[in-house]
Design a binder for this molecule. Sequence first.
Ligand code: ADP
Ligand code: MG
Ligand code: MG
Length: 379
Amino acid sequence: DIEKDQNIIKLANNFTITGVIGGIKPFGSGHINDTYRICNADKNEPDFLLQRINHHIFKDVGALTDNILYVTNHIKNKLRLIPGADIDKQVLTLIKTGNNLFYHKDENGNYWRMYRFMQNTKSYDVVTTTRQAYQGGLAFGNFQTMLEDVDASKLTEIIPDFHNILFRLKQFEQAMSEDKFNRVKDVKPEILFINQHADGMAEIERMGKAGQLPLRVTHNDTKFNNVLLDENDVAQCVIDLDTIMPGYTAFDFGDAVRTIINRAPEDEADLEKIQLNMPLFKAFAEGFLSQTVQYMGAAEIRSLVKGVLLLPYMIGVRFLTDYLNGDVYYKVKFAGHNLQRARAQFQLVKKLEENYAELYAIVMQTVNDNKSSNGTEDL
Ligand code: ADP
Ligand code: MG
Ligand code: MG
């Protein structure tokens, strides 16, 4: 509607955009932020992307923005040293407001930001080819590598304990003991599954605390649709930088694999349909490791496969916790939706466990192929 469009144009004009606004379109399939494409009437100038930041989830928009600036500037400085790199294409660029800030707060208390629009790119919700999976691995691996020398303490932990399974299990236990909706009695097998796995799933946290895994800067939302690919399906840029914060590489590897290896939806009701697609896993691992293997140690490499099990387990724990709490965090489409989601994730964990040796062998084979092509010795 026209009034809404006028409002979006007004909001866009708070930013220091070049050219002339020619039109606006709601954009993308993200679940967290509202996104609009601001089209430029001046064909020599770029389009822009206006996003309303979800400040219910991201409560400290200032710190969030500082994290994004820190990371994107770091990557830009590195790209400047690479001959032929195209900075505008390979990393997101935040646009300033007229007040020299990188976000704008409107009269309703909403926060907005603007990025340069990446022309002629696409993002996929579902991976269909090994080529795409490989490119996704390349993109997230390269992103990790660009940030390898960042001191993680420079960034704010924007959602504390986001991927800390000990914290998620504590929330789950709290929900169980409160049992506000008398649902515990219906989920005994799921509770058993969670408890039987809890100790093993805490290994990454334990290793991290013991100094056996490096704390890095991780993306923490490595869904495949957070990579932009160009018209030839070649990875161009990693996007959706809201959850960048200190973390372990296994989180990014594990969450990406979660969305790539199983082509059934996150809430699949028919557990028979949850199957592993090993060629897609292998392709992703090859892309990721080709970028990261040079600096990862043996413990960190081994942690990657643990992350592949941990991430679906963790999201399953969170779905079941929300089910017990009466569905207050995740939007549900029907009664029992969160329970169905949890079951699907636990089924995926079971499949991954059954195939652990093969997943591990694929990673190790890829590591050794990369090491020998780099002229270094085997692990
Ligand atoms: P969400 O947190 O809601 O997933 P994203 O930042 O991922 O938000 O943006 C939503 C969608 O908008 C992305 O999946 C992508 O298709 C598109 N998008 C995001 N940033 C850009 C950009 N700079 N250029 C072009 N498209 C983009
Ligand atoms: Mg996204
Ligand atoms: Mg996001």
